[in-house]
Write a new protein. Structure first.
Length: 279
C-alpha cells in the first residue's frame, strides 16, 4: 500500500493555547518501500506515525492510503512502539495471538500463524515464556512478531530499537531487513540514529525542529547490506547531521536569545550529542 501525507498540519491544546507540532508536511511512502524519519526530539516524528495509523487526526490536510482517506485505525496499518507494550500476564505465544484473536482469526489458524512468525524472529523456543523472563531485545522481537502476524500492508515503527544496546540493535536491524525483503510490507521507521536510518532506508526524511517541517529528503540507493565505512553512506550521514546541527543551533538561539555557533571543525559531533542522535 502507498501512503501519501498531503499538506498536513497538527496542533495540540496546551494550557489554553494551541501548540503547532507539524506544519505543512508532505511525504510519500511507495508500496513496499522502507522510509525513515529523523529529527530533533519533539519535532513531531511520532505524531506523523500516529496520524498515519489513524490514532490521531490532522488539524488540516489529509492522509491517504491507496488514495483513500485515513479516518481511523485499521489492521492493514500496524504500529510497533519503542516500548514493546506486551501484556505481562500472557505468554510470548499469547501476546502474538492477541491481535489475531481480536481480528477474529480462528483458534488453530491463529496458533499456527503466531508460531510461524515467532520462528521468523527466532523465538520459537520461548513461546511459553512470560515477558518478565525475556531480555529487552527478545521483547521487541515479540512485538515485531505480533505486528507481522497480522500481515499488515503498512508497518509503522516508532523508534523500536532505541532502548536496546548497540549489539542487539544491530542484530534486530538485520533481522528486520530480512523480514522486509521476504514479505515487503511498506515500512515507515522513526529513529534518532542517523546510521540506522541510512543503513535501513530507501529514503530518509529530515524533520525540522518544532513545528516539524520536511527539511530535506536523502535518497539512499546503495545496495544492502550497507557498510558503515562506505564513503557514499557517510556522505548521506554527514549531510543529515549538518542539517540537524542547524536545527540545534536554531533552538538554542531561540532559547538563549543569543547567537550560538558550532565551529565547522566540530561537525558532526555537536549536533549528534545535542540531539541525542547517533551516527
Amino acid at each position: 500500500m502507498r501512503v501519501d501525507v498531503q499538506h498536513v498540519f497538527k496542533s495540540f491544546p496546551h494550557n489554553g493555547e494551541s501548540i503547532e507540532v507539524l506544519q505543512d508536511i508532505n511525504l510519500t511512502v511507495d508500496e513496499g518501500e522502507f522510509v525513515c524519519l529523523v529529527g530533533p526530539s519533539g519535532c513531531g516524528k511520532s505524531t506523523i506515525i500516529h496520524l498515519i495509523a489513524g490514532l490521531e487526526q490532522p488539524t488540516d490536510g489529509q492522509i491517504l492510503v491507496n488514495s483513500q482517506p485515513v479516518i481511523g485505525p485499521d489492521l492493514s496499518r500496524v504500529v510497533v512502539f519503542q516500548d514493546s507494550a506486551l501484556f505481562p500476564w500472557l505468554t510470548v505465544l499469547g501476546n502474538v495471538e492477541f491481535g489475531l484473536r481480536m481480528a477474529g482469526v480462528q483458534k488453530l489458524k491463529r496458533r499456527d500463524r503466531a508460531v510461524e512468525y515467532l520462528k521468523l524472529v527466532h523465538l520459537s523456543k520461548f513461546i511459553q515464556a512470560f515477558p518478565h523472563q525475556l531480555s529487552g531485545g527478545m521483547k521487541q522481537r515479540v512485538a515485531i512478531a505480533r505486528a507481522l502476524a497480522l500481515q499488515p500492508a503498512i508497518l509503522l515503527m516508532d523508534e523500536p530499537f532505541a532502548a536496546l544496546d548497540a549489539q542487539t540493535r544491530a542484530v534486530l536491524q538485520n533481522e528486520l531487513l530480512e523480514i522486509w525483503e521476504l514479505a515487503r510490507p511498506t515500512i515507515l521507521f522513526v529513529t534518532h540514529n542517523v546510521r540506522e536510518a541510512t543503513g535501513l532506508g530507501d529514503r530518509v526524511y529530515v524533520i525540522s525542529s518544532r513545528p516539524g517541517r520536511i527539511r530535506d529528503v536523502q535518497t539512499v540507493t546503495l545496495p544492502r547490506p550497507r557498510h558503515s565505512d562506505d564513503p557514499a553512506l557517510q556522505a548521506h550521514q554527514h549531510k543529515i547531521l549538518g542539517l540537524l546541527g542547524e536545527e540545534v543551533e536554531k533552538v538554542l538561539r531561540e532559547e538563549l536569545g543569543e547567537t550560538v555557533h558550532f565551529p565547522e571543525a566540530q561537525h558532526p559531533t555537536p549536533p549528534d550529542r545535542a540531539l541525542g542522535m547517533h551516527i
